[in-house]
Design a protein around this ligand. Structure first.
Ligand code: SF4
Ligand code: MSK
Length: 670
């Protein structure tokens, strides 16, 4: 019997996406959703049991006990594939970090047109932590030396990466004992590729140990550098009001969607779009100005700092073009679907590539260079404006949600204690008392093999009910934004009583948007500062916290998951596991699976697990949080222990007749 076609509602829980999928079908246009449906995932490859490391293969191990032509076992092949994915993910993040370090150098040397140092405090903090002298020196002098230190981290051959000094002391000691402190960012990635070449490292445990070292070079190296420099040059995020979803596209304006990852280009396009020259140019073309919107992590970067709306997450990139209202989709690096070019041919949209590293056949290439940034940004916008006259039929879903993003770790610190006593103390106290049961970081991508945004938002909502404070980054954060969970009042209705009291007292939403994929390092910093604040143990693995990537798809997600595990976190991935076997046919490597779970837990206190069922994910995280609470000797979490204060209680009292109100507050007088 033919398989029944999926409905738009089965593809995505987002009404804007559903509307665009109906439009795509009526126009006979395919999307990632329909391509995924038409192309079932290869069950050998997705289980990590296909090896193509040499010309004697590819070898597909489809029977228990089978080995490759060279004799490689399932354990080795799965571990090798996993290491390569972690290396590719780390390389992507870290090459982004390298570009940011070069930007800082160009700014310090006065050669980066239109950029400046916006956050001197962050510059001084990063320099001090990196051993760069700061006293009696100008920001430019400090930035120049810091850029040299950061650039050197990539090519360093021996010793230790400098940013690992920001981890808790005990954690650094543990990494030294286990021999996984990264020596240089590039060195670990190159060694990962070397070790996984035919005829090299074939001990699965030894291979996976190097996955840890490679991932640490990303999380406590390349990605951390990327976040630092972005904050120094573009400003450290603080809460702003923003909007999300396709309804942020404007029928009467030139819509330019910026998609990818690096803020170097997108920040300058934002600045260029606000110049009188560009506004006039757009008006002369018959538009009411230029409307910018972001997709994927570029969206997060410009949303957090500039309040520029997010048109959507990963699976919205094609849907934005399907509105017919996008004059240009400007892309840089990572998560850009090749399908955009063919899709855009059905409309008037120009796909413009801008990175020297990324070209798409059929796209317009306008290479970006930070030395002439403003000039190039204006040229790109003029190409989009010139295209406005070519617009055909437009259908923009009127779906939009407000949100408040911008919770950098610096801002969380400030909001909890103010300028003079900025501190994580109130957060630690709330966890220790049980008002907050624990913390969950929900991060990562969309994947058309699962219903878009469902897993993210289901897991988020279930956490909130259980008094778990949620922090989010990447496409997961945009999923919550689209569902209205990043706006205080809306999200608060879905919280447990204890968490709600804290959010009302501090004035925060219960889901904190912390940025893009590279900004997962902000979460590492928050966890470290919670340790340093005291009361929750002396290392990250003792904090009642979990990390989840329910809809992961990119190799970067595996790098993030691995460095979080090595930092002491319990990390759960949804969807398919690259280390499972094929059910009923061949078992995956039990050794590899147990090694990344119990094995890594014994070594690092954190573990990695793949759990498909969202309810099981919820149960596993709550069990972990409660286990960590018990180990710290904290009181058992109780749903009804708190909640008799705060706005909710005030409203309940207000609704009572006077006598009942008096009795509720002062007790019975009889
Ligand atoms: Fe096959 Fe071994 Fe070559 Fe892999 S490395 S493709 S298992 S022969
Ligand atoms: S963009 S890596 S789909 S989070 Fe960072 Fe989103 Fe995942 Fe790309």
């Amino acid at each position: 019997m033919a398989k029944e076609k999926k409905s738009p509602g089965q593809f995505s829980i987002d009404p804007a996406a559903q509307q665009m999928l109906i439009r795509a079908e009526s126009l006979g246009i395919g999307t990632a959703f329909t391509r995924a449906e038409a192309m079932p995932a290869c069950n050998i490859g997705s289980a990590g049991m296909c090896c193509k490391m040499c010309g004697m293969g590819p070898c597909r191990l489809t029977k228990d006990g089978s080995v490759g032509v060279c004799g490689a076992t399932i354990d080795t092949i799965q571990a090798r594939n996993f290491v390569r994915m972690v290396a590719a993910g780390s390389a992507a993040h870290s090459d982004h970090g390298r570009d940011m370090a070069f930007l800082l150098k160009a700014v310090a040397e006065g050669e980066a047109e239109g950029y400046s140092i916006r956050d001197v405090a962050k510059l001084r903090m990063a320099a001090a932590k990196s051993g760069v002298p700061i006293e009696k020196r100008s920001p430019t002098e400090i930035a120049n030396d810091l850029a040299d230190v950061y650039i050197a981290q990539f090519g360093q051959q021996r010793g230790e990466l400098i940013p690992i000094r920001r981890a808790p002391e005990k954690r650094q000691k543990l990494w030294r004992e286990k021999g996984v402190v990264p020596r240089g960012v590039d060195r670990e990635t190159v060694e990962a590729l070397h070790r996984t070449h035919i005829g090299d490292d074939q001990d699965p445990v030894h291979l996976l140990q190097h996955a840890v070292r490679t991932a640490l070079a990303d999380g406590w190296g390349g990605s951390m550098i990327a976040t630092d420099v972005a904050d120094i040059v573009f400003g450290t995020p603080a809460p702003v009001v923003g909007q999300a979803n396709l309804g942020t596209l404007k029928a009467d304006m030139v819509n330019v969607v910026i998609h990818g990852h690096e803020p170097i280009l997108s920040e300058m396009i934002v600045a260029a779009s606000q110049t009188p020259e560009i506004i006039e140019y757009a008006k002369a073309a018959g538009a009411n100005g230029v409307n910018l919107a972001g997709i994927c992590c570029t969206a997060n970067e410009i949303l957090m700092r500039q309040g520029v709306p997010a048109a959507g997450n990963f699976l919205h990139q094609e849907l934005a073009i399907l509105t017919g209202a996008v004059e240009a989709m400007v892309v840089d690096v990572q998560c850009i679907m090749q399908a955009l070019v063919g899709l855009a041919e059905n409309f008037h949209t120009k796909v413009i590539t801008t990175s020297a590293k990324v070209k798409l056949k059929g796209a317009t290439h306008m290479e970006f260079d930070e030395h002439h940034a403003m000039t190039i940004a204006k040229d790109i916008l003029k190409v989009a404006i010139d295209n406005f006259k070519n617009r055909g039929t437009v259908e923009i879903p009127q779906v939009v949600e407000d949100l408040v993003p911008g919770f950098s770790h610096e801002y969380i610190n400030y909001m909890l204690g103010g300028s003079y006593r900025a501190s994580f103390r109130p957060l630690n106290d709330a966890i220790m008392s049980g008002r907050i049961r624990g913390v969950a970081a929900i991060v990562g991508c969309n994947n058309p093999r699962s219903q878009q945004d469902y897993l993210h938002t289901h897991v988020t909502r279930e956490r909130l009910k259980q008094d778990v404070l949620v922090v989010e980054t990447g496409c997961g954060a945009i999923a919550s934004a689209k569902l209205g969970l990043l706006l205080g009042e809306a999200g608060l209705d879905q919280c447990g009583a204890g968490l709600r009291e804290i959010c009302e007292t501090v004035g925060i939403p219960p889901v904190l948007h912390m940025g893009s994929c590279v900004d997962n390092t902000r979460i590492l910093t928050v966890l470290t500062q919670m340790v340093e604040e005291g009361g929750l143990g002396d290392d990250i693995d003792q904090i009642p916290a979990v990390g989840l990537a329910p809809e992961w798809m990119s190799e970067k997600a595996l790098a993030i998951g691995t460095y979080c595990v090595a930092s002491g976190a319990y990390v759960i991935f949804g969807g398919s596991s690259p280390l499972e076997g094929m059910p009923d046919k061949v078992s995956g490597s039990a050794d590899v699976l147990s090694y990344i779970s119990e094995g890594w837990e014994a070594l690092y206190g954190g573990k990695l697990e793949f759990i498909e069922d969202p309810d099981k994910m919820v149960v596993a995280t709550l069990e972990h949080i409660d286990k960590k609470r018990a180990a710290l000797g904290l009181p058992e979490w109780k749903a009804d222990k708190f909640g008799r204060s705060g706005d909710k209680r005030m409203n309940e009292l207000e609704a009572l007749p006077l006598e009942a109100k008096f009795e509720a507050v002062y007790g019975s007088v009889n």
